[in-house]
Design a protein around this ligand. Structure first.
Ligand code: ATP
Ligand code: MG
Length: 578
């Protein structure tokens, strides 16, 4: 490609609208332009990167035996009503009516459509397993679209759906996708980690998120420094104490009599802990929730955070929300802020840490009142104990007990075992060897294509711009012809250009009539991995310069013997970082 015949509209200023570096750089490097909130045009160079990710994804999905198709973006409401998601999906689902007043939506995901297709087309166990995938534009009306392609409303996703005859088969399909995803992100040149994620009702470790490691990532991940356990913060388990309630005492304290303490205007854990001069670990937080219409009290230690995903899974409820003030008052007899477990009339579940035999401080279920010396068993009962809290850096690894490490990442892929959720709701059956009807067992597997490019930039950049990994760079080599009007410069650059094109290298020839500084800056900003500089000064000594974007040093290479040697060196460099 020749720069003068191409379109890379770069600029220097940091765009005020962009908070994160990848978003800033994608705008400045002329890769994307915003149309409206969360909706972008992929400019030519940006599209080249997107296509490179897509090609890697396509090759690896094909290699794993998945079959490509392409499903519609517009979907009828009936299918979503059948799966039950029309009412559950909420405002992220963009709904509209056509001229016949029929309801429809813009697809945020394709479980319904693929399940509809498969139930109509696949009858026999002989046709299974099967895994269909597509690379398609999704629409999700995200509440806070931000960070450019990282969280858009319209975005490109690779989504795949596997159908198997049984659990075992589904597990194999899942493993195959795990392997394929590992290859995909490795081939994209990214540092990533697969972490266990919440799999809701399915349980076990049948959901993994693939996280590109970056300090600026939105997601927190927890990994063990001794074994290979890794999970996202929401999923990370806290090792349960081994002994029975009130026996597993890490700080056995002598019993003291229960006592009321007046606590006017004290609402928060911090205020209470200061007021009573006790550490927050001596306090119990009592949170009143409504789980599928029923009030439930959840207890966690004052220095711990409740993990609502764990609570929801433990209760087996579909909707769990903090109770509104009227429900709190009804359950506790007190205004919000004074709930405690003593005398509560609702179901009480507690985190394992509450098993400790301490003289706890709790809410008094009366306005401006707390209780001290509250004892489990004597003063309050718990219906059941479970792991209900967010892990902390002080907790041991739930698998091996080793130390854990917190880090940040960007979720670029997600694999998930669906079980029979959709096949049951939508009657996707097959006939087994005995001619009996059985439900297909499904899995679904997504990769955010645009988010992968953004994450690559978030992970690989410096103060001058992007440092693209070569497999997903818009161009692999840029030739800067510093003085295009000088015959020797032009001829050398043109010869190099056509030789590299002939070798199948993606090369951009900067043939613009611009100052050298402008060309260097643009090459750095766009992040092309190999830069070849052809200038009058160098050519006087028969030299051109080759520099890798991620290295400080440059190579002076002889061109007097023709371009052969130069091409050889570029090829070697190319192979070494490809
Ligand atoms: P998130 O938790 O980030 O909202 P999700 O769990 O809703 O993502 P999935 O439904 O698992 O996402 O979608 C599969 C993949 O699609 C994600 O791993 C991510 O890479 C990508 N993706 C999801 N939402 C967006 C978005 N709004 N913009 C860009 N990519 C997205
Ligand atoms: Mg996800």
């Amino acid at each position: 490609m020749r720069y003068t015949k191409y379109f890379i509209p770069t600029y220097r200023e940091i765009p005020a609208e962009a908070e994160v570096i990848s978003h800033q750089l994608m705008l400045r490097a002329g890769l994307i332009r915003k149309l409206t909130a969360g909706i972008y045009t992929y400019l030519p160079a940006g599209l080249r990167s997107i296509r490179k990710v897509e090609n890697i994804v396509r090759e690896e999905m094909n290699r794993a035996g998945a079959i490509e198709l392409l499903m519609p973006a517009v979907q009828p409401a009936e299918l979503w009503q059948e799966s039950g998601r029309w009412d559950l999906y909420g405002k992220e689902l963009l709904r509209f009516r056509d001229r016949h007043n029929r309801e429809a939506c813009l697809a945020p995901t394709h479980e319904e459509v693929i399940t509809d297709l498969v139930r109509k087309e696949i009858r026999s166990y002989k046709q299974l397993p099967v895994n269909f995938y597509q690379i398609q534009t999704k629409f999700r009306d995200e509440i806070r679209p931000r960070f450019g392609l990282m969280r858009g409303r319209e975005f490109i996703m690779k989504d795949a759906y596997s159908f198997d005859v049984d659990e075992e088969g589904a597990n194999r399909s899942y493993e195959a996708m795990y392997e394929a995803y590992s290859r995909i992100f490795t081939r994209c040149g990214l540092k990533f980690r697969a972490v266990e994620a919440d799999s809701g009702a399915i349980g076990g470790s049948y959901s993994h998120e693939f996280m590109v490691l970056a300090e600026t990532g939105e997601d927190q991940l927890v990994s063990c420094m001794k074994c290979n356990y890794a999970a996202n913060l929401e999923k990370a388990e806290v090792k349960a104490p081994q002994a029975a309630p009130a026996e597993a005492l890490s700080s056995r304290e002598d019993e003291k009599p229960l006592q009321e303490v007046e606590t006017p205007d004290i609402k928060t854990i911090g205020q209470l802990s200061d007021f009573l001069s006790v550490g927050p670990e001596m306090l119990i937080k009592t949170l009143i929730y409504v789980a599928d219409g029923q009030p439930v009290a959840a207890l966690v230690r004052g220095d711990h955070e409740i993990n609502e995903t764990k609570l929801k899974n433990y209760l087996g409820a579909s909707i769990v929300e903090l109770a509104p003030p009227e429900i709190i008052e009804e359950a506790t007899g007190a205004p919000t802020g004074f709930a405690g477990p003593v005398g509560l009339k609702v179901r009480v579940v507690a985190d394992y840490a509450i098993q400790d035999a301490r003289n706890w401080v709790t809410g008094g279920n009366k306005a401006d009142m707390h209780l001290i010396n509250v004892r489990l068993g004597r003063d309050f009962q718990v219906d059941s104990f479970a792991d209900l809290r967010v892990i902390t850096p002080q907790d041991p690894c739930p698998r091996c007990g080793g130390p854990i490490h917190f880090s940040r990442g960007i979720e670029v892929g997600h694999i998930f075992k669906l079980g029979t959720k959709y096949s049951k709701a939508m009657k996707a059956h097959y006939l087994d060897e005995n001619g009996e009807e059985r439900l297909m067992v499904m899995g679904c597997y997504g990769i955010g294509v645009g988010r992968t490019v953004a994450a690559a930039i978030e992970q690989n950049h410096d103060e001058y711009g992007i440092i693209f990994p070569i497999p997903i760079a818009p161009f692999e080599v840029v030739i800067l012809a510093l003085q295009m009007h000088e015959p020797e410069v032009r001829e050398t650059a043109e010869r190099l250009y056509s030789d590299l094109v002939g070798k199948g290298v993606d090369v951009l020839l900067d043939d613009r009539d611009e100052r050298p500084g402008v060309k260097f800056n643009d090459a750095d900003l766009v992040g092309i991995p190999i830069r070849v500089t052809v200038g009058q000064k160098g050519l006087k000594n028969g030299k051109i310069e080759i520099r890798l974007r991620n290295e400080k040093e440059s190579y002076q290479v002889d061109v007097s013997s023709g371009t052969f040697e130069v091409i050889g060196i570029i090829q070697k460099l190319y192979d070494s970082i490809h």
